[in-house]
Design a protein around this ligand. Structure first.
Ligand SMILES: *Cc1c(COP(=O)(O)O)cnc(C)c1O
Length: 215
């Protein structure tokens, strides 16, 4: 089977599981070559995600699409990320919001990253800390608040976690009605996430195959 056939088959499988028309599939191409991104683009994919600025810059220069950044943010990389990313999913820090506002004139879509358990190594803030960040984003001229992103804790039961995420998101929308998007679900759990209201799923290895374990 050629790489193109393999990607087409796996992409088709994931697409066949998407039952709602408001779900955006972001194909996470981190660690995979730009040639895979090109094939996926030819197969119709228009949303790609990366976790590292260098990789995103390189691939987005080759393939025109909507580019998403969902990795942990290093402050000194924000200006570079803003050069190529259209959407940032992993904002969780007031200093980063200020920096992003001043780093770029272009308008950018952002998600705030929620953490269910407050584990600092996984990124995100707990529910009670969201409003301060959301107010800060709304006060900027160039950042548009799309909604919340969340990765459930490693040992959590995924369905319970996504139900909790969706309840937090509903409370968040009641205060920030424009923030109606929910970025949740990866290869192992995107179907459950969609059941629980995810509007953006970020799927890598189910489409591209297993990657090196450190990613
Ligand atoms: C790598 C990554 C993904 C995609 O993960 P897969 O398990 O390969 O689908 C999604 N979201 C984030 C935040 C990631 O780091």
């Amino acid at each position: 089977m050629s790489r193109r056939e393999e990607l087409a088959e796996r992409l088709g499988h994931v697409q066949s599981k998407i039952s709602r028309s408001d779900v955006t599939l972001i194909v996470v191409t981190k660690t995979y070559p730009a040639s895979d991104v090109q094939i996926l683009h030819e197969l119709g994919v228009r949303n790609f995600g990366e976790n590292r600025s260098e990789e995103g810059a390189e691939k987005s220069a080759i393939v025109g699409a909507t580019w998403h950044f969902q990795g942990g943010i290093q402050s000194r990389k924000l200006r570079d990320i803003a050069l190529w990313a259209d959407v940032i999913h992993s904002l969780d820090n007031s200093g980063h919001i200020s920096k992003l506002e001043s780093a770029t004139q272009k308008s950018m879509d952002v998600f705030l990253q929620l953490s269910l358990d407050g584990d600092p190594s996984r990124g995100g803030v707990i529910e009670s800390e969201l409003a301060v960040l959301a107010d800060q984003v709304l006060a900027t001229a160039n950042l548009k608040l799309l909604g919340l992103m969340c990765v459930p804790p490693v040992d959590a039961d995924p369905r319970k976690a996504f139900i909790e995420i969706s309840q937090i998101h509903r409370r968040f929308i009641s205060r920030y009605p424009g923030a109606s998007s929910l970025s949740a679900g990866m290869s192992g759990d995107y179907e459950i996430a969609m059941d629980c209201g995810a509007t953006h799923i970020r799927v890598g290895s189910s489409i591209l195959g297993p990657r090196a374990p450190h990613e």
